[in-house]
Design a binder for this molecule. Sequence first.
Ligand SMILES: NC(=O)c1ccc[n+]([C@@H]2O[C@H](COP(=O)([O-])OP(=O)(O)OC[C@H]3O[C@@H](n4cnc5c(N)ncnc54)[C@H](OP(=O)(O)O)[C@@H]3O)[C@@H](O)[C@H]2O)c1
Length: 293
Amino acid sequence: MLLKGKNVIITGAGRGIGRAIAIACAEEGANLGLVSRTMEEINQTKEIIQSKGFPSKVVIKVADVTNYDVLSKVFKEFYEELGPFNGVIANAGYSRMWATHEFINEKFSEILDTNVLGVFYTFKAAYGLMKKDDKKDKARFIITGSEAYPNAPPRLTAYVASKYAVVGMQKAMASEYKRENINFNMILPTQVDTRLLRGKKAGDGNKADHVLDPSDLNEYYLFLLSDYANRVDDILIFTFDIKETKKLLLDAPDDKKESWDNFQDYLKKESPELYEKVKNLGKLINFIISREK
Ligand SMILES: NC(=O)c1ccc[n+]([C@@H]2O[C@H](COP(=O)([O-])OP(=O)(O)OC[C@H]3O[C@@H](n4cnc5c(N)ncnc54)[C@H](OP(=O)(O)O)[C@@H]3O)[C@@H](O)[C@H]2O)c1
C-alpha cells in the first residue's frame, strides 16, 4: 500500500475530483480528513469508502474554505483524531460562466474567495499541523489547479484569474518554505466529468470522449503523496501532457517503455515539443509505468 498510515486532508471531497481522490487514498491505506459544505455528500464519500472495506479512518467535517475560523477549528479536530498531516489537498473549487462585462460582482468575488483565499486559508490552517519533522518523509501541499492556466478560455475570467493566482501562490510558497520539509505541487486538469463542468449531468454516461473521469486523476495525486515524490517540489502536472505522453508510451517499442530513462530519447525524437513539456516529470512517468506493469 502506497500511503499506509498517512494522514491526508482533502477539501471539496463531497463529490467530483475530491471524492475520487479520497477513495483512491483510502484504497492505498491513508487515513482521511474530509471537508465540504454539504454533510450529506461527504458522508456519501465516507460510506463508499467503508462499503469497499478499506481499513482507513475517515473523519468528515463541514467547513467552508472561505471561513478561516471554521476551517482552522475543523483542521484542529482532524489533528486530534488522526495526528499530524502528511498531505493536504486544496481541491475545493467553484466556477461560473458569463461575459466579463456582465459578470455578477458577487459571483466574481465568490469564485476568487473559494479558489484563491480558500487555498491560502487551507494552507494557513494546516501549516502548524503538518508533519514536517522528517526530510525523508516530507509533508505535501497539493493544489488542484486547472488548464485554465495558461489557456484562459473566454467567459471564465474569474475562474481563470483564480487559477493563475494559485500558480503564483505555489511558486511563492515553495520558495518561502524551501528550508522546511513541505513540498508544494499542483495538478492542472483538463475537463473532468464533474458538477463544476457538467452541472447535474455529471456522471450521466454521456460525457464527450475528451472529458476525463474524476478517477483518471487519481494517479497524479497518489504520486505526489507517495514516497516517490519526496523530492518533487514546485511542479505543475498538466494532465493533458501526461495523457499525450501515455499514448506515445503505448506505441513505443517494448525496450523503450520500461522506464523514463529508456523512454525519454524516444519521446524526444517522436515529439520534441511534448518532451520539453514533460522532461521534468520523469519520476511521475516512472510511477505511471510501474503501476501499469
Ligand atoms: N471539472 C473540471 O473540468 C475541472 C477542471 C480543472 C480543474 N478543476 C478543479 O477541480 C477542483 C474540484 O472540482 P470538481 O470538478 O470536482 O467540482 P465539483 O464536483 O463541483 O466539486 C467541488 C467540491 O468542492 C466543494 N466546495 C465548493 N466550494 C466550497 C467551499 N467554499 N468550501 C468547501 N468546499 C467547497 C464542493 O462541495 P460543497 O458545494 O458542498 O461545498 C465539492 O465537494 C476545483 O478546484 C476545480 O477548479 C475541475
